[in-house]
Design a binder for this molecule. Structure first.
Ligand SMILES: O=C1O[C@H](COP(=O)(O)O)[C@@H](O)[C@H](O)[C@H]1O
Length: 231
């Protein structure tokens, strides 16, 4: 199940999404003393990060992590951590506590095991999860043909963070499991552009998760998905 929120442009979307996310984090701090958010990387969330970073919140009580990461160090231009550091962890949000998925281990598999003990130990469920989607129907690092795709999508998988290799992924990846993402108190899928709207419609029209893993989120997430879209 999902709700579709359409905006005239990317700026309006970023501001509205930042208001919604900030309100959810604020409620969480009020209710439980701390709040958690897992965000995506890639090219889409930059404007949203800029907007969210200015929202007045008790940011020192907010834990921020990534839904997925490329297995590259911070100084690599493809690092999702570097994106979050530059666009989100600034202004008021510079006081937030960031938990990285990347770990300087010899393999992505070893890094996933280490990250499972750190970021993976954040209390479940997340207060907020913001997912993106690739043109191939991947979300987080649930890639079609991914080496650990079936484990990542399996609700029986205990490991909170897994490694993933896939032809379309570039470098090896680290990803939170579907189980750890799907029950967030606020679960957002953020996409922009006509091409991604078409990909979304194709995903909504079919069932096969191995073909388009975002279908797991659209069809099986415990939390209703809020889809934010602008042309
Ligand atoms: O590789 C990734 O891609 C997706 C989508 O990225 P975009 O550039 O099309 O916005 C992103 O959600 C994911 O976090 C990232 O690692």
């Amino acid at each position: 199940m999902s709700r579709f929120h359409e905006f005239a442009g990317a700026e309006a979307l970023a501001e509205a999404m930042a208001d919604r996310v900030a309100a959810t984090l604020s409620e969480a701090i009020g209710a439980r003393g701390r709040a958690s958010i897992a965000v995506s990387g890639g090219t889409t969330p930059g404007r949203f990060f800029d907007a969210l970073s200015t929202r007045p919140l008790d940011w020192d009580k907010v834990d921020v992590t990534l839904v997925d990461e490329r297995f590259v160090p911070f100084d690599n231009p493809r690092s999702n951590h570097a994106l979050v550091a530059g666009r989100l962890l600034k202004n008021a949000a510079s006081a937030a506590h960031f938990l990285p998925l990347y770990q300087p281990e010899p393999t992505a598999e070893a890094a996933a095991a280490t990250a499972s003990r750190t970021a993976g130990a954040l209390a479940a469920p997340f207060d907020v999860v913001v997912l993106g989607m690739g043109g191939d129907g991947h979300t987080a690092s649930f890639f079609p043909g991914g080496s650990h795709l079936s484990q990542a999508l399996d609700m029986g998988t205990d490991a909170p963070i897994l490694s993933m290799e896939a032809d379309g992924a570039g470098e090896p990846r680290l990803t939170f499991s579907f189980r750890r993402l799907q029950d967030a108190r606020l679960l957002i899928l953020h996409i922009e552009g006509e091409a991604k709207r078409s990909v979304l419609e194709k995903a909504q029209a079919g069932h096969e998760e191995t073909e388009m893993p975002v279908r797991a989120v659209l069809r099986r997430a415990a939390t209703e998905v809020d889809i934010y879209w602008a042309p």
